[in-house]
Each structure stands twice: as C-alpha cells, then as structure tokens.
Write a new protein. Structure first.
Length: 320
C-alpha cells in the first residue's frame, strides 16, 4: 500500500493527487480527512484509515466505486454528508459507536451494500441516508435512535423487514417509499402511528405490529386478500383516537378493506366508531367498506356534525 500523493496539513489530510494506486495507506497521526479528498477515485480498491482519525468530512469517499469494504476506526465521531455516496461496490459497513448522527445522503446509492451495522450510539438517521441501497434486506435500528428523516430508507428495494425502536419520536415522510419487498414491520412507539406517509406508495406491507413503550402489542395488523385484519386490545383510553388517525394516513394498503377489531366492550366499540365517523376524510371513501352497517348493528350514530362530510364512507368493524 502507498501513501504517495497524499497532501497533509498539520493533522488534516487535505488532498490526494495520485490516480495510479489501487490501495492507499493513510499514515498514523491524521485526525481529519477533509471534504472530497478521494472524490471519484474509482480506481481505489482499498483504503486503510489509522486509529488516530476522528473526523471524516463530506464527500470523502463519494464515487469510490472500486471500494468493496472499508474499516472505520473506533475513534471516529463524525461522518459527513455524502461521505460514501455512490460507492457502488461497497458491501459492508460498520458505523462506530461514537458516531451520533448518520448525516444526509451518507450512503446514498450504495447499490451493493448488504450488511450495515449501526452502533448503539446513533441518535439520528438523516435524509436519504440509505436511499437506493437496493441490496439491504434487513436493518436493525438501535434503541438509541430518536429521529429518522425523510426518505432515509427510500428505494431500498430488497428491504423485507424492519423494526422501528421505541425511542423514536420524529419520523420524516416517505421513509420507506419504494421499498417494494417490505412486508413485515414492527413499530415500538405508538406516538408515531399517524405520521404522514410513513409507509407510502411502492410498498407491499403484509404485517405491521404497533407496540407501546412497554412493548405491549397495541395493534397487530395483517393484510389478507381483500381485507385487513386488525386486532386491538381493550385499551381504548389511548388507542382508539390514534387508530383513527392511522387509518387516515396508511398508504401501504391500496384496496377495499374490512377491518376486524378485537373489542369486547360496547364502550370500546362506540368510541372507535365515533372516532372513525368523525375523522375519516372524504377523499378516502373509496378505500373502505362497511362502517354504516356495523354502526347500525350497534345503534351507533355520529355525535359530531363533522361526520356529515363523510357521505357514506364505510369501514367494517367487528369482533374477531
């Protein structure tokens, strides 16, 4: 390996001027790799980073399509935006535990990336951080993560399962847009249930489980031919209003649905129907069927005049 062509100022690697080497050894003592140092050096197949490096700035390895793997030292605390953008042959990455944020577009269009290990120190996953990583089949998001930005995992077309941990409180729109193979989802924080377009067009979700903070199942939702089955315990004091919002915003189920709910008490049934009658938007009418007959069965009528806007929107709600 060679360090020929490296331009160093104090402890910062600021430039790489050699296009003939396939391997580069960054010398010990370097603390920071400056923005774009290896930008579009497609000839590089291996880069060794010393343990002294703590900061990797934006676009450092962007376009390094010859890289198949790279080991990031445990001491790294910061990885900049677009740092690995379009590293088209990068297969595996382990993000060190001292890194707190995966910034916007960090691994965008790493189309060969299959194995991602996100450390327990990460609190934020940025916009399109893993967008276009079309070979990732599953990803473990650690409990330390508190926010996921827009389209963070969009177009991860092989992603088939995901667990959204309990400490997440902020989720951007279209996080899983275009994840065509995504079928199984666990959401362990009830507070994000109504986030707009969490699961948008281009998904084929068959099963979603929602949990509360104590990891008790709140909703167990299964897509079956021509219907969705939803099992919900009798904890209507907080579940029913949020469920109405969920029904409004779900984008992964695009067909007429019947909703079967495991409610055993009249009060739970009535509260649910009231929420649905009042909350369902007119433009979602075609997506649902059966609410009128169910409400008539239990002599439930809307007590809020907003329901007059529904003009016959229908959801089937029944005891499973």
């Amino acid at each position: 390996m060679s360090s020929e062509g490296l331009v160093i100022s104090k402890s910062i690697l600021i430039e790489y001027e050699n296009y003939n080497q396939k391997e580069v050894n960054i010398p010990e003592g370097i603390k920071c790799i400056d923005s774009g140092v290896f930008y579009n050096h497609a000839e590089l197949a291996k880069i060794t980073i010393p343990s002294s490096v703590v900061e990797i700035r934006s676009e450092v390895f962007s376009g390094c399509s010859g890289l198949t793997s790279i080991e990031l030292p445990d001491g790294v605390i910061s990885i900049g935006r677009y740092a690995f953008f379009n590293c088209a042959n990068l297969i595996k990455i382990i993000i060190p535990s001292k890194v707190k944020e995966i910034e916007d577009h960090t691994f965008y269009d790493c189309t060969a990336l299959e194995n991602v290990e996100i450390s327990g120190g990460i609190t934020y996953i940025g916009e399109k951080a893993f967008s276009g990583c079309s070979r990732i089949k599953s990803i473990e998001i650690p409990d330390s993560v508190e926010a996921i930005d827009e389209e963070a995992f969009s177009d991860c077309s092989s992603l088939n399962s995901v667990i959204i941990p309990k400490n997440i409180s902020e989720v951007g729109k279209d996080v899983f847009k275009g994840c065509e193979e995504l079928t199984d989802v666990e959401i362990r924080n009830i507070s994000i249930i109504a986030k707009e377009k969490l699961f948008s067009s281009g998904t084929n979700i068959n099963h979603i489980k929602y949990y509360d903070q104590e990891l008790n199942i709140i909703y167990d939702i299964v897509k079956k031919p021509f219907r969705i089955e939803i099992v919900m315990p009798d904890k209507s004091k907080y579940e029913v209003p949020e469920f109405a919002k969920y029904v409004q915003n779900i984008k992964g189920f695009k067909f007429s649905v019947n909703i079967l709910i495991n409610l055993t008490t009249p009060n739970s049934r009535e509260q649910l129907c009231q929420e649905l009658l009042v909350s369902m938007p007119k433009d979602n009418n075609k997506a649902f069927s059966g609410i009128n007959s169910y409400c008539k069965k239990y002599n439930i009528v809307a007590t809020n005049n907003k329901s007059s806007n529904l003009n016959g929107s229908k959801i089937s709600v029944g005891k499973k």
